[in-house]
Design a protein around this ligand. Structure first.
Ligand SMILES: NC(=O)c1ccc[n+]([C@@H]2O[C@H](COP(=O)([O-])OP(=O)(O)OC[C@H]3O[C@@H](n4cnc5c(N)ncnc54)[C@H](OP(=O)(O)O)[C@@H]3O)[C@@H](O)[C@H]2O)c1
Length: 380
């Protein structure tokens, strides 16, 4: 007779951006795994009613609303993200806020020795070396939620050795087959109609311009330590294969699944273990149908090319790209610029900004602020 393995301690989780697409999917996953995890903290941006419903259902120790007014019953202000991320009962921080606002919480959680399950890719893009240093100095750990990076991590973990090349897949977004002149006139409603994923509005627009895929290439560079020449992108409209990972002998592993963020979220919580989950749709190759691949039409998606060149330039240039993109997407969503204007704003910012080689935190913040200032000027 062998002794049963010791039961694993339930791990405390903070969900930052709990009212968003990833936040809500995370709560669905946690609901199915109440023995393995318990919710400690919930933080939302400004939607008090949506947060109140979650708080009533989950009764977390800490509930925060970053943009709450003086009447809000929840902790409020910018500090609540860091307070939740460093709460002593939290083991895993799911960072699912959108944009640069997530940076301080990621750094603080890693310095406090937590696992950061990262959806908020903007954090890593703007300050990759600083995020790595925070993890090293504090003993924290960064685990991706992005489906492509989760796929890479799953292949690398299964193989137990370092990859030599990554091929990230891209659905191609809603404008995969559109011609360039029609693309420039695309409406907000058209840009938000993603063919395979239902997501928040910012990442949906990023997926339409393919700026999202550039953010993901930079994210992969920092997460897996590969040079940009070893990270490729291929369009795969069905979004079934999430990444292809090549090892030094030329063998390629892939991770497959129907498009759902719940599997990568669960894996980010349980890595390197796997938890049984009957709530996830089982894979069926016949239902998935033919899997096809095509090259990315670089000439139609200039935001992708601008992002790649910012990544390759390194230093604070990725922070400038991210900030310019955030301002441009917000301007597009509020009708101040057209779809074609997004890449134009980014290009103007990257041309005019004085980005530095050493990404210290001060330099990243200064570049972020300066890129936003120039971008707003260009928009106006
Ligand atoms: N959705 C996906 O399938 C997917 C896949 C991969 C990666 N990601 C990444 O995950 C992150 C979240 O994406 P999402 O689609 O879940 O976005 P979303 O649906 O727009 O949700 C964003 C969340 O962040 C909160 N938030 C917004 N602005 C904030 C601010 N200034 N301060 C604090 N909190 C703020 C929102 O709160 P309120 O509701 O109160 O406004 C909401 O809870 C992004 O970085 C995205 O790129 C998403």
């Amino acid at each position: 007779m062998t002794a049963a393995p010791p039961a694993r301690r339930s791990r405390g989780v903070a969900v930052l951006g709990s009212t968003g697409s990833i936040g809500v999917a995370t709560l669905r996953v946690l609901d199915r795994h109440r023995d393995a995890f318990h919710l400690v903290a919930l933080v939302a941006g400004s939607r008090q009613d949506a947060l109140a419903e979650q708080v009533a259902a989950w009764r977390p120790q800490l509930a925060g609303l970053v943009h709450g007014d003086e009447d809000t019953p929840f902790a409020s202000g910018a500090g609540v993200l860091v307070a939740a991320a460093t709460h002593p009962d939290v083991d895993i921080v799911v960072n699912a806020v959108v944009g640069a606002v997530g940076l301080d919480a990621t750094l603080a959680a890693l310095r406090a020795g937590k696992r950061v399950a990262l959806a908020n890719k903007e954090t890593l893009v703007m300050a990759g070396p600083l995020v790595a240093e925070a993890a090293r100095s504090g003993g924290g750990e960064l685990v991706p939620i992005d489906s492509e990076h989760s796929a890479v991590l799953q292949c690398v973990t299964a193989q137990g050795s370092a990859p030599s090349r990554l091929i990230l897949t891209a659905s191609g977004g809603p404008f995969r087959t559109w011609e360039r002149d029609r693309l420039a006139r695309a409406t907000v409603a058209e840009a938000l109609q993603h063919p395979t994923w239902r997501m928040g509005s910012k990442i949906s627009v990023d997926s339409a311009t393919l700026a999202n895929k550039a953010l993901e290439v930079i994210e992969a560079h920092y997460l897996f330590g590969l040079p940009y020449d070893a990270i490729e992108v291929v369009v795969h409209p069905q979004s079934i294969i999430h990444a292809l990972v090549e090892f030094p002998d030329g063998s390629v592993l892939a991770q497959l699944g129907f498009p759902s963020m719940e599997l990568p979220i669960l894996y980010a919580l349980s890595h390197p273990d796997r938890l049984a989950d009957e709530g996830l749709r089982r894979f069926d190759p016949i239902a998935a149908g033919p899997l096809t691949f095509e090259p990315l039409r670089n000439e139609c998606f200039p935001a992708f090319m601008l992002g790649l060149s910012a990544g390759r330039a390194g230093g604070t240039m990725p922070a400038a790209f991210n900030a310019a993109n955030e301002v441009a997407v917000a301007a597009f969503l509020s009708g101040r610029i057209g779809f074609g204007g997004i890449a134009g704003v980014i290009e103007d910012v990257l041309t005019r900004i004085d980005a530095g080689p050493q990404p210290t935190l001060d330099a990243v913040r200064a570049t972020d602020a300066e890129a936003r200032r120039i971008a707003r000027q260009v928009v106006a």
